[in-house]
Ligand binder design. Structure first.
Ligand code: UN1
Length: 527
């Protein structure tokens, strides 16, 4: 790592099978150098400097070298996006959408390759990286379909011979800052709606996973999205900050930590830019006494340890009725202990590494905090795995704390790792109070067979997403995604709701009476 890289602060958060190990060995021989995509051309950073993208399952494996972009690179990308704006916004939305459908086809064809490359740069198991690419495909198809809708509405005007309607217009130049945990899905959630609405973009992906964004942008080029409409700059916080600060960037869409999101929000407030934020979570599964325990355990394991717990939606709190508590904990711990941890490229592996050394430090720090606070019990896990097949990666055991008090730090703060806290409860209202008793409000789940309780809980959970009888992860792209409180700033991604982020409303009044009609003043007498 160069000195310049070390000086930069990061902004974004977020059984080694033999074949996987061999892959790592082979790929060490040739390390490809990638480029930024600016104004339709693949270019090196202005300084010529690069940074390394390493495999978190085996850090000897360098996935690629990527441009270390600074303010100058971002400036060039913004210029390119500004120059392309007029042409793109004046292309009819259904035509823009046709190009995006072509992009969807390319993503389908390359799904397997993208998934493998994503596992190599990010660590999650192949099934999950396949799901990540699939989410980008789903988003592309669903949102491209909106190109033929983008509805506004007409409404009667107050005056005779006057027509009133509202239509959408693009917001302008969009800066997209994306995290490493869903390296293709999340960029697509922002990119595709931005494009269908007629905006041009500069994408700055997380420094840990630039390859998946490279793949997405390369596919955009292949789909013949015009030069300058989509621009990619890779790098660290410097690049993200330059994008956020730039006067010509009308909108910043950011997914990452609540702390960085707050800085993005205040920077945008200073220059009256629009900003859409998707940040942390401390999601909960409530398991009621009548729940099917095996199903709830299976859901909890997937929700807590899928993606090594590195989802904003991860089930990091399990609030369990006292009547079934013992049984639930016993089964949960058995399952957590049996999970196979290793290189996600190995089909037998169930949980991959965490993303980087900082993540290990943070997660292990929380495990220590949990152990120090004597209210809770470490029921399983708690260790970093450092020997044998785990010697060169960032592996942490699936970790379960039981008898956790709702006010403990491990039950309040986002850990973003394979750690979950089990909390006992007596009544559903108590469980709902615990569920809502955190600063975040992304996702909540209830396991119960009682439809009345399910609807009551659904109504009372103050989150952006609620699941009944399934865990807190697994949102689908045609429904709005986002959360309340410290999770967001009121916006939603996905669904048709995301169109309200990437377009602005224009109200249009057409007076064909040939006289001045003063709204709210000239009275209309009934004939
Ligand atoms: C995230 O962790 O930021 O609902 C996104 C889910 C995924 C998306 C997670 N579809 O778990």
């Amino acid at each position: 790592m160069s000195q310049a890289q070390k000086a930069l602060k990061k902004t974004n958060k977020r059984g080694n099978g033999n074949s996987a190990a061999r892959g790592a060995q082979q790929s060490r021989a040739v390390v490809k150098t990638y480029r930024n995509f600016i104004g339709g051309k693949w270019v090196a950073s202005a300084s010529g400097e690069t940074f390394e993208n390493k495999n978190p399952a085996d850090t000897r494996d360098v996935v690629g070298r990527f441009p270390l972009s600074m303010a100058e690179d971002v400036e060039r990308a913004i210029d390119a996006a500004a120059n392309a704006a007029r042409g793109w916004r004046s292309m009819p939305a259904p035509r823009r959408a046709e190009i995006l459908f072509r992009l969807g086809e390319i993503l389908i064809r390359r799904k397997e390759q993208y998934a493998q490359e994503m596992t190599r740069e990010m660590g999650k198991v192949l099934k999950e990286t396949g799901g990540d690419v699939q989410e980008a495909i789903d988003c592309t198809y669903f949102t491209a379909g909106e190109g033929r809708r983008l509805h506004g509405y007409t409404t009667p005007a107050e005056m005779p011979d006057k027509f009133a309607m509202c239509v959408r217009q693009p917001v302008g130049l969009c800066g997209l800052i994306t995290p490493w945990n869903f390296p293709m899905a999340i960029p697509s959630w922002k990119l595709i709606p931005a494009l269908v609405c007629g905006n041009t973009v500069v994408l700055k992906p997380a420094e840990d996973t630039p390859l998946s964004s490279f793949n997405l942008v390369e596919a955009c080029e292949e789909a013949s999205i015009p030069a300058g409409v989509v621009n990619l700059v890779t790098g660290y916080g410097e690049a993200g900050a330059s994008l956020t600060n730039h006067k010509d960037v009308r909108l910043i869409s950011f997914t990452g930590s609540t702390e960085t999101g707050r800085i993005v929000a205040s920077t945008c407030a200073d220059r009256n830019a629009i900003c859409s934020l998707e940040m942390g979570g401390k999601n909960v599964i409530v398991v009621h006494e009548d729940a099917e325990v095996d199903l709830a355990v299976e859901g909890a394991v997937w929700g807590a340890f899928g993606t090594s717990g590195q989802r904003c939606t991860a089930s990091s709190r399990l609030v369990v009725h006292k009547k079934i508590y013992k049984q639930f904990v016993k089964k949960l711990v058995e399952r957590a202990r049996s999970l196979r941890v290793g290189n996600g490229a190995d089909a037998q592996v169930e949980m991959g590494p965490v993303i980087n050394a900082d993540a290990v430090h943070k997660i292990m720090g929380y495990i220590e905090v949990g152990q120090r606070e004597d209210k809770a019990k470490l029921a399983c896990g708690g260790n970093r795995l450092t020997t044998g097949e785990h010697a060169h990666g960032y592996f942490i055991e699936p970790t379960v704390f039981t008898d956790v008090a709702p006010d403990m730090r491990i039950a309040q703060e986002e850990i973003f790792g394979p750690v979950t806290a089990v909390i006992p409860f007596d009544t559903l209202d108590e469980a709902i109070e615990i569920a809502n008793g955190v600063r975040y409000g992304l996702s909540a789940s209830v396991y119960t067979k009682d439809v009345n309780l399910a609807f009551h809980a659904m109504n009372e959970m103050y989150t952006g997403i609620v699941y009944i009888n399934s865990p807190t992860i697994g949102a689908e792209v045609h429904l709005p995604f986002g959360g309340t409180k410290a999770t967001g700033n009121g916006h939603r991604e996905a669904g048709t709701q995301v169109l309200d982020v990437f377009s602005e409303w224009k109200s249009v009044y057409v007076d064909y009476s040939s006289k001045l009609q003063r709204a709210q003043i000239d009275s209309i007498e009934p004939q």
